[in-house]
Design a protein around this ligand. Structure first.
Ligand SMILES: *Cc1c(COP(=O)(O)O)cnc(C)c1O
Length: 366
């Protein structure tokens, strides 16, 4: 079986350093909000090229807490509209509804799967207060165009960067374009902890201070609570794991791009639509997503040939039972994407042999 993603193999590469880091935390006797978190926050901020990184418990909390902080400082209020791609993972939408704001779904660009600036413009109303672009599958959204729109209409910009650590346009990375960004370090993400973890990045001092309080019971100072906060801290062990993994993110991303390059140049089956890419650093290939007419049939064929694939995602947020109030809406581009996409194995530890097997089997599909 060629696995979709072999986390054991990925983390085994760094076994010695991970175990040493873990032992360092155990021996320190300090497990929450200590040196490891502070160091990781500094190192991740530097990696993204931003002033602040704030560790939180997971990627969903990162997105929720940015919007929550904007409510606390009076920049947003319940009922405000947030523009979000219709074809995203549900977390992007939950961050909006959890704060009692209103998601306005827009159809993506059918080739890049990311927000389409023309559709964003068309969706703006007097109630629109923010744009939430999702750098889906690892490809950065068209940020220069989206920033222009945000400036014109005085909108906040929150980047969902959970899938795109390090993706950049001319060296300017995700997390450094909007007013703030949310990252996930879920184990399967490009930068993955050995458990749940997330972070917020921003260049805004006030936002950083507010989020730091909100993640820790709304408290800047022990036992003084400025806000009704939550407990969403990134613990010392996960911060230590992430410091080790961050050092190798560059080389893992390079390997992902190498695999994507092989797939893109050698998969020649006309039944398969490959992801667009100009060989630039704009894509970090969290996922290698192909499209085909009879997706379920292709997936079965690949499974029968011992190749594991995953669908990202089978059901768009507006069709989920959790959002029954929007089930009647239709977004044809989005719905078609969800019917046709299939993610191929893309694992930095994949051997050239495995890559070639995937290519050969896919080219043999008819
Ligand atoms: C993974 C993911 C999240 C949420 O991250 P968690 O750490 O699992 O909470 C948010 N948005 C997108 C696009 C994701 O892929």
């Amino acid at each position: 079986m060629i696995n979709f993603l072999d986390l054991q193999k990925i983390n085994n590469q760094y076994q010695k350093e991970l175990k040493e880091a873990c032992a360092r935390v155990i021996d320190s006797g300090w497990y929450i909000m200590g040196n490891e978190l502070e160091s990781f926050e500094r190192e991740f901020a530097e990696y993204c090229g931003v002033k602040h990184a704030i560790g939180v418990a997971n990627g969903l909390d990162a997105l929720i807490l940015v919007i929550r902080a904007w409510k606390e400082v009076g920049k947003l209020k319940a009922g405000d509209e947030v523009i979000v791609p219709a074809n995203t993972y549900i977390a992007s939408v939950l961050a909006i509804t959890e704060n009692d704001l209103v998601p306005v779904f827009v159809e993506p660009n059918p080739v890049t799967y990311n927000l389409c600036p023309t559709n964003v413009r068309a969706a703006i109303t007097a109630k629109t207060k923010a744009i939430l672009p999702v750098h889906l599958y690892g490809l950065i959204s068209p940020m220069p165009e989206l920033i222009d729109i945000a400036k014109e209409h005085n909108l906040l910009m929150l980047e969902d960067s959970a899938q795109a650590h390090g993706a950049n346009i001319d060296g300017k990375k995700v997390g450094n374009w909007g007013d703030a960004a949310g990252f996930s370090f879920y184990p399967g993400k490009n930068l993955g902890a050995l458990g749940d973890a997330g972070a917020i990045t921003t260049n805004d001092d006030e936002l950083a201070q507010t989020v730091k309080a909100l993640r820790n019971y709304g408290s800047h100072k022990k036992y003084e609570n400025l806000y009704q906060g939550i407990n969403s801290r990134l613990d010392e062990i996960q911060a230590a794991m992430l410091r080790v993994k961050l050092k190798f993110l560059g080389q893992e991303t390079a390997r992902r791009r190498e695999i994507a390059n092989c797939y893109r140049s050698e998969i020649t089956n006309p039944l398969i639509q490959l992801p667009e890419w100009n060989n630039d650093e704009n894509h970090v290939f969290h996922l290698f997503v192909i499209r085909t007419e009879n997706r379920d049939e292709l997936q079965k064929y690949l499974t029968d040939n011992s190749i594991q694939t995953v669908i990202h995602y089978p059901i768009p947020p507006h069709k989920q039972p959790a959002y029954a109030r929007w089930n009647q809406k239709t977004f044809p581009i989005t719905e078609k994407i969800h019917q046709q996409v299939l993610s191929l194995p893309i694992d930095p530890t994949m051997t050239d042999d495995c890559i070639n097997t995937v290519i050969r089997i896919i080219n043999g599909y008819e």
